[in-house]
Ligand binder design. Sequence first.
Ligand code: PLP
Length: 450
Amino acid sequence: MSGTMDDHAVRSALTGSMRDYVHPDGRQLQTRADAFFEWQHLRRRQGLWPYSRASEEGPSTFMAARDDAGRSVRGVNFASQDYLSLCVHPDVKRVAMDVIAEFGMHSAGSSVLLGNTPQSVALERRVADFLDMPEALLFPTGWAAGYGVIKGLVRPTDHVVMDVLSHSCLQEGAQAATHNVHRFHHNDLAECRALLEEIRAHDAHHGIMVVTESLFSMNSDSPDIVALQALCHELDATLVVDVAHDLGNLGADGKGVIGDQGMLGRVDLVMGSFSKTFCSNGGFVACHTRALKEYLRFYSPPCIFSNALSPSQAATVLKAFEIIESAEGRRLREQLLGNILELRRQLEEAGFEVYGEPSAIVCVKIGSEALARLVSRHVQDAGLLANLVEYPAVAKGQARFRLQVMANHTHGNIRDAVAALKAANASGRSDFGRLGAAWLQPPEPTARWH
Ligand SMILES: Cc1ncc(COP(=O)(O)O)c(C=O)c1O
């Protein structure tokens, strides 16, 4: 292989993955992190590290940001999670400021002590009512809710059976709770059944939690929740469904996939995040009894031992619910869906392969990390803010760009985004060819959790 010094450096920055640094060697915990930094910095110097960017303004459809080398970037923004554009809604901003003026910034306590506020108590009720569930419990983040619902209920002799693509908070919660973690292939109901039957054949006494998502955050697809819940009833298992990405924004009334599948109020445990549609940090678990809610409050470590949502966060989410349940919410969802369909149509017309079903998550397939990194270098120069996704968010060899759609995007924004991605893809592929980088293509995708 021939080329300039720069080409050699770029080629090196196209190799490797965060997976290589998961288990660093050596007894010095602090210095053994250096190898990761060297690799990261190699990528950063070559403009191939598109992570840890800082926005220079509130999340909007066209915005300025800085990459973590301090370079300023500017473009149409498909990298923020604000599906109904409520972050910039004047009523939301006003209520947050009013509550800060009255209550200050901080809950100043966990929800088992004095951290509850009128806003958080009202929000628990609102979440439960929206989901047609008797009870709901708040958590400081969606991640804490996912981790907490599993760690709070599952004990070392119990079992967790989960979709292999479940979010990190669910995977980490399962691993912290028990060694008996069984994963089934993505959305493979037959394999899930086989695992449950196998467990029940040998263990009639312990609990089984089945874990999935209503809309998978990197694939934009959904399981058959009706069938999964029936299977759980049949084999005495408890179903948890993470609704982080669809609640509030999908379906005519915003009830998401569980609403569309006629499962409102009929799933054992529903957990979610406010950070995608409800314009605030925070998460929740909805359940069927006060007894279970109280148990979770006191036995989920991120609930009992972490400060509760601040009053302004809870008030923000309450206001978001009010909008979501109004005619304006319906209109915003229609706008969002129109944007999603238009973006998918234009991407497919431009020759891209798009994952899954229409939702606010629009992932464009690339595959090779090396190619995706080269394309990412051109994406931001072409005036598009979109996230490059590679391991550990997806399996190795399955790199993709994730575009997250907002209600306020215009068709002009969509046209610009597709044009930018098309130009960046062509330039990235040409770099890939010039560098002779095809040998970097991993032979087979490597799963995330194995
Ligand atoms: C499916 C899923 N669950 C949970 C979370 C965690 O939510 P939060 O950002 O509120 O911590 C996320 C966010 O990345 C997610 O995608």
